[in-house]
Each structure stands twice: as C-alpha cells, then as structure tokens.
Ligand binder design. Structure first.
Ligand code: 9YW
Length: 450
C-alpha cells in the first residue's frame, strides 16, 4: 500500500528529532565547567548525574564530558569520598536547599574551591570514563590523546573513591559499601528505605527553621514529604555533628543500609577500572578480583532466597527491606553474577510488578506496580526513570537477553521522543513529570540512539 509511510524513514526522522533536541538540552545545561542536572531545580553539579551525562555527552562533545568528570573529582575529599553535590559558587545560597551554609564542610587547604556536601552517590564514574574513552576513537587522534590523559588523571582518583567506599563505608564488615543517607542512593524517597527510615527521628520543627526551596519550583505531590525531609535534615545534622567521620557508623548513626543498586555499581566500577588499568599499563587483575568479591558479597547478603529477589539490607537490624524496588534489578549489570540469579532478576523484571515493555509499552517503573502504596507521581515511589532503565538494559546485554534489551531500548527512546527529556515519567500514561530538559535523560537518549 503506497499510502503507508516507510517505517525506517519514520524511525530515522524520530531519531533525528530526539537527537537534536537532546543535544540542545545538553547545550543549555552546560555551566562553563560542569553540567547542571536541570536549570531550575538542581543548579549545581551532582555526582552520579555527571557519570550518566558523560556516557551520552561524549558522542557530541567528549571534551565537555571529561571536563565535567574532572570538575567533580577536583572536589574529592582527602579521604577519597567524592561528594554527591559540588556547589557552583555563582549560584545563590537561596537557589538550592540545603546549600553550602547548611553542610558547612571542612575546608582542605584550597583543594576544594567550590564547596560540597559530605555525602556520596553511586560510583558510576569509572564505567562512564571507560565509555567516554572507548568512543574517543571516532573523534580522531587528538580526542584519543585527550582521553588517554584524562584516564591517567582520573584513574588514581577513581581508585581512591573505591577505597573510601569499601573501607570507611564498610559498616557491615563484609566488603560492601553502606549508605548513611537516602540521598546517597540517588533514589531519594524509594520505598526501599521506609523500614529503616521509620526508626529515624523526624523533627518537624527543623522545617520551620529552614525553607524547602524544592517546593517553590516543583509540585509538592511529586516530591518527598515533609516528614521525609525532616528525617533527611536530621541525618545530615547528626553526621555533621560527628565531623562527617565514618568510624562506628553501625553503632552511632541512625541510617546505615546496603543497597543492591549502589553496590552493583560499586562492582561494575571495578570491572571498568580493570579495563582502564589495562590501557594505562597498571594491574587489571586486582580490580577483577575486587569485582568478584563484591559480587559474591551482594549475593550472600542482599539476595532474599524466599522471594528470589535482591533487597536492601538494614545493617543495624540485619533485616531485608520488604519493598520490591527497581534497585533490586540492577545487580544484573555485574558480569560475574551467576546465571541463576540473573534469571531470577529477569523473572522479576518481566512480572506484573515491573512489566517490561511487552506488557506496558513503557520502561520499568521505580517500584512494584502491584504494591498498595505504588504512587504514580511521587518521585522514586512509582514513576519511570531513564537512568535506572539504562542500567537494567546494560545488564540485559551483559547476560545475553538481547531481545528484551532491544525492546527496552525502543521503549525508552519512544517515551522520551513522545514526552520530552523529562526528569521522570508517569508509569501508566508516560506523561513527562518533574523537570523538563533534564540532562541525564537527554544524554542517555543519545547513547540509546547511537
Ligand atoms: C534531591 C539530581 C538528583 C539526582 C538524584 C535524584 C534527585 C536530589 O536529583 O535528588 O534534591 O532530591 O533523586 O538521583 O542525582 O538530578
């Protein structure tokens, strides 16, 4: 039938539209020496955002991808921690809360000119650095030289980040990293924290002392609640009162958990470091061995044999969280994960709980669709996020689920093309919610199209 459009032409037109608009988003969000996640809500630099951003930015501007990662690691602390937010001194204190004044971190002899928080985020940067390096070839000899120099600069800093997380942060004593605040997970108000957070004091008077800037620019129905925020602030204040030191966390701190998403990324980072070490003439074997140890510890500690899913572990109580969240699917990115567990993850991903595109036409939601408290709007309690779906697809490719990986890729591209580069998406309708022109959604779209 001659009236029907040629499907390949439709797809390439859609791809070109999305590609061009994603590039525009990344141009708009570039702030001179770093990328902001979004102009209004997040006017500083965020740690794991920089990694996702680099993965896509390298197709169009590898120099900026390296510059962004470098800006982040210039703010690394002497103990190896890479802060979850690096503040932009040109942004007014009132434009983001909690800002530098609230965090009041110690100064380290001018090594950190830009100020930061004291928390961390999932260490995806080694994976990102390796991806940016791999793509340098297609940009010519100068780009390859730039990439090599960037890897040389980053490598010891990436190793120091891993050492901090598996050393200072090994509160559970089994070689995994604990997080001490939901913000460290990147999945702020995920139901995975509800059980552990219910024991954290919620001092609502803190919210009379401070102003929640996020509610000036975003819809309260989408954001974490005031009770969440009171607990978030209380946890920072108690970590701050202890000088942001990590000794005795399991004993003294109110929130100490091991997250499968965070630790799977920690393991994947060692695999990427092995590849980077190979290029730089360092020893890859030590990183492969570490990746293996992390994978084994994730299986031993975070796998719940009864439900056959990976769960968050509360280090203080020894209990697994009852919530089935997308974080439980991310260990699929670990190449050494035995097929038995990879199969279990795929069973969960295909189930009505997460319903891969075959059932819903949409990428996976952040939380179990069948749960009584599944919330279609509130941030990490239901909506679809592109970054964690990108990780899930990476895991599918890693373990040979090629058809499902391709379906997921198509679903993500279709969703962002239809709705725009939003921060997150309604898990029933696909409508874009949160911030428009969101950097990681744009950057990862480039990677999915490339
Ligand atoms: C906040 C910047 C960050 C992301 C997190 C996301 C959100 C910050 O935004 O946290 O104020 O709630 O949960 O993953 O890094 O994009």
């Amino acid at each position: 039938n001659l009236d029907l459009p040629d499907p390949t032409a439709v797809i390439s037109e859609m791809s070109a539209e999305l590609w061009n608009s994603a590039v525009r988003v990344l141009d708009k969000n570039w702030a001179g020496d770093h990328m902001v996640p979004s102009r209004r809500l997040y006017p500083h630099q965020w740690s794991w955002d920089a990694a996702f951003i680099a993965v896509g930015l390298c197709y169009v501007n590898p120099s900026r991808a390296w510059r962004d990662l470098r800006s982040l690691f210039e703010a690394q602390w002497p103990d190896g921690r890479v802060p979850h937010i690096v503040f932009d001194p040109h942004t007014a204190e009132g434009d983001y809360f909690p800002g530098p004044v609230f965090w009041d971190v110690p100064a380290y002899g001018g090594r950190r000119p830009r100020g930061s928080t004291a928390l961390v985020q999932p260490p995806l940067h080694a994976v990102a650095a390796w991806e940016v390096y791999r793509r340098a070839m297609s940009h010519g000899a100068a780009a390859v030289r730039e990439a090599h120099a960037a890897l040389e600069w980053l490598y010891p800093r990436l190793v120091a980040q891993q050492d901090y997380l598996t050393g200072h942060r090994d509160a559970g004593g089994a070689g995994l990293a604990s997080i001490v605040h939901p913000w460290e997970s990147g999945l702020d108000n995920s139901p995975a924290w509800d059980a552990a957070m219910s024991a954290v004091p919620a001092d609502l008077t803190l919210l009379q002392k401070y102003h929640r800037r996020d509610l000036d620019v975003a819809d309260a129905a989408h954001r974490p609640t005031d009770v969440d925020y009171a607990r978030y602030l209380g946890l920072v204040l108690s970590y701050r009162d202890g000088g942001y030191a990590d000794a005795h966390l399991a004993r003294d701190h109110d929130f100490v958990v091991e997250c499968p998403n965070f630790n799977a990324i920690l393991g994947a980072a060692e695999i990427a470091l092995a590849q980077i070490a190979g290029v730089l003439g360092a020893d890859p074997q030590v990183h492969r061995a570490r990746a293996q140890r992390i994978t084994t510890a994730i299986v031993d500690r975070l796998y719940d044999a009864r439900s056959r899913t990976f769960r968050v572990l509360d280090v203080r109580t020894g209990a697994h969280s009852p919530a089935r969240c997308i974080s439980g699917l991310v260990p699929l990115i670990l190449p050494d994960l035995p097929a038995y567990y990879a199969d279990d993850i795929m069973t969960e991903a295909r189930s009505a709980r997460f319903g891969l595109p075959q059932q819903t036409d949409l990428p996976a939601p952040s939380y179990d669709r069948t749960a009584a408290d599944f919330d279609t709007l509130r941030y990490w309690r239901g909506p679809v996020w592109i970054n964690v779906n990108w990780l899930l697809r990476r895991g599918m490719l890693q373990h040979g689920y090629r058809d499902e990986a391709e379906d997921l890729r198509t679903a993500m591209v279709r969703l962002v093309h239809r709705s725009g580069e939003y921060e997150y998406f309604h898990p029933m309708t696909g409508e874009g919610i949160g911030e428009p022109a969101f950097s990681w959604t744009a950057a990862l779209s480039l990677d999915l199209l490339a």
